[in-house]
Write a protein that binds this ligand. Structure first.
Ligand SMILES: Cc1cc2nc3c(=O)[nH]c(=O)nc-3n(C[C@H](O)[C@H](O)[C@H](O)COP(=O)(O)OP(=O)(O)OC[C@H]3O[C@@H](n4cnc5c(N)ncnc54)[C@H](O)[C@@H]3O)c2cc1C
Ligand SMILES: *[C@@H]1O[C@H](CO)[C@@H](O)[C@H](O)[C@H]1NC(C)=O
Length: 475
């Protein structure tokens, strides 16, 4: 039912780009194979972002994978994690939920991140510019709300563990994938089409029993596997920046306010700094990017403090929020705290990027599996992008471990389909809910965005909230 909802959103189908086939390759019907007999790996992970690196490191630390050959390919250079962290915060951050923390902990990366730099979120306050409606979540009612960490810090923490896996994972940096040759059709019982094959820009070819695509939202492996994606555009832009507070505080609250033009959020980075994520119209974002530093700071403070949008919608939203609170069994709106005042924006930290949403209709093919943004890209505002990706990694790792335990083929479609089914059930529900609510609410926002971004088990919260919203829309 949810997948049919997804279709109702009149998503635009992206054109499917078939990978160019190299002339030297031998064509066998629709199937292609590598020219000679290049090196064979059990698993090749394509793309060394946070998700791909976590995939490789997780497999590298699995006792069941001892003796298996794992390779990670990344186009960019290796990040040096031995250098001391710059004093200035990076402007790209993620909030990590309990699931992400548990995956990272399973292969030792979590300690690295904790020891480097990250901030615990103990309280979350979400409120609406049009009303006094407010939701707060406290650490006491919800264990381990979330952690906020810079993307570079997360990646460095994972990389360190990848190195610790030693020879069990081979890594090639500066290795850009040029082309893939994948087993044709749904079966791969002929000798020619037995393995997946990747060709690098350098001309080198490598074969894999399983090729994992962690190559981001423009995934080349996804195109080569002929997997269509559904995508849609919010016509919204995310503006990020590192902001200094007027006064140091304990700073473990995440703030989000719904404005007419979109949600604005502050995530704590330290007792003096917050990361701003402001989702707004393209026009306003351009304006925000061009403002002098002081005016930009004023605009942020105004967005959190101004009363100008209060209106009669308050009644509706109040009802809505009350419904949510009652169903969640949470405290009411008595405990509103005032958001912090910003005094300064870090030079060079202001950046903007378009917000979009896309979903691969399938996550697997024979000898191919997609993880992370290659499979699904959500509203980055929600900050849950990487949490979903880490969820993919945890499930795929567990599945592959059991396949190896049973002595079966890691690239076999039968097993991979279990991964697809389980993950899509989770991801599609969350994407459809967020997008559906986004539309139903009529404004550009839903509290769900931050709920999920902070990794609450929002599936429970989503359903009653969605029902309320549907009632509201029907009335
Ligand atoms: C501008 C921007 C801002 C964002 N901000 C936030 C945020 O604030 N919070 C949040 O939670 N999420 C944010 N997101 C989303 C978040 O970055 C992603 O969900 C997350 O990075 C996905 O990780 P990934 O490893 O799946 O993909 P990616 O991070 O995209 O990594 C893909 C990797 O594959 C490599 N690669 C690609 N093609 C090839 C090739 N042909 N050969 C070899 N290697 C290749 C790339 O070099 C890259 O390292 C943002 C995304 C964007 C684009
Ligand atoms: C902020 O983001 C932009 C664009 O991604 C990047 O070029 C810049 O280096 C970032 N600055 C910091 C301090 O992270």
């Amino acid at each position: 039912m949810l997948s049919s909802r997804l279709v109702q959103f009149r998503s635009m189908c992206l054109p499917v780009v078939l990978c160019s086939r190299h002339k030297r390759n031998i064509h066998v019907g629709k199937q292609l194979r590598c020219r000679s007999k290049p090196e064979l790996y059990d698993v090749v992970v394509c793309g060394g972002g946070m998700v791909g690196t976590a995939m490789a490191a997780a497999l590298g630390h699995e006792p069941m994978f001892e003796g298996k050959r794992v390779l990670l390919l990344e186009a960019g250079p290796k990040q040096n994690y031995n250098e001391p962290l710059p004093e200035k915060f990076f402007n790209r951050t993620c909030s990590l939920n309990a699931g992400a923390v548990s995956l990272l902990r399973s292969f030792g990366a979590w300690e690295n991140i904790l020891n480097a730099r990250c901030q615990e979120v103990k309280r979350m306050q979400i409120w609406d510019a049009c009303s006094d409606s407010i939701i707060t979540f406290n650490h006491d009612s919800l264990e381990n709300l979330a952690y906020v960490a810079e993307n570079n810090v997360i990646l460095a923490g994972i990389l360190k563990q990848l190195d610790a896996a030693g020879d069990r994972v081979h890594v090639k940096y500066g290795a850009t994938v040029k082309d893939y040759k994948l087993p044709g059709g749904q079966s791969f019982d002929t000798e020619q089409s037995k393995y997946a094959c990747v060709q690098l820009e350098s001309g080198e070819e490598i074969r894999a029993k399983l090729m994992i695509g962690a190559d981001g939202f423009k995934s080349m492996l996804r195109s080569a596997a002929n997997i269509p994606t559904i995508s849609w555009n919010y016509n919204h832009v995310g503006v990020v920046a590192s902001l200094r507070l007027a006064e140091p505080t304990e700073n473990n609250v995440a703030w989000q306010r719904f404005l007419k033009t979109g949600p604005i959020a502050l995530l704590p980075l330290s007792n003096e700094y917050c990361n701003l994520i402001w989702s707004t119209t393209p026009e306003e974002s351009k304006h925000l990017m061009m403002l002098p530093a002081e005016s930009f700071v004023d605009a942020v403070n105004h967005a959190f403090w101004s009363d100008e949008h209060k209106n009669s919608a308050a009644q509706y939203t109040n009802r809505l929020f009350d419904g949510l609170l009652t169903r969640l069994g949470l405290e009411g709106s008595s405990s509103q705290q005032l958001p912090p005042t910003i005094i300064e924006v870090d030079k060079g930290s202001r950046a903007m990027f378009p917000l979009s949403l896309s979903h691969a209709t399938q996550y697997v093919r024979s000898r191919v599996a997609l993880v992370g943004d290659a499979a699904h890209r959500v509203h980055p505002m929600a900050g849950q992008g990487v949490n979903l990706g880490f969820g993919d990694v945890a499930l795929l790792r567990d599945l592959l471990v059991s396949v190896v335990y049973e002595g079966k083929d890691v690239g076999s479609l039968g097993h991979l389909l279990k991964y697809e089914t389980q993950r899509q059930r989770h991801v599609v529900v969350s994407m459809a809910s967020v997008d559906g609510l986004y539309r139903l609410y009529g404004t550009d926002v839903t509290p769900v965005v931050l709920l999920r971004s902070l990794g609450l088990q929002a599936t429970n919260a989503l359903r009653p909230l969605k029902e309320k919203m549907i009632q509201f829309a029907a009335n």
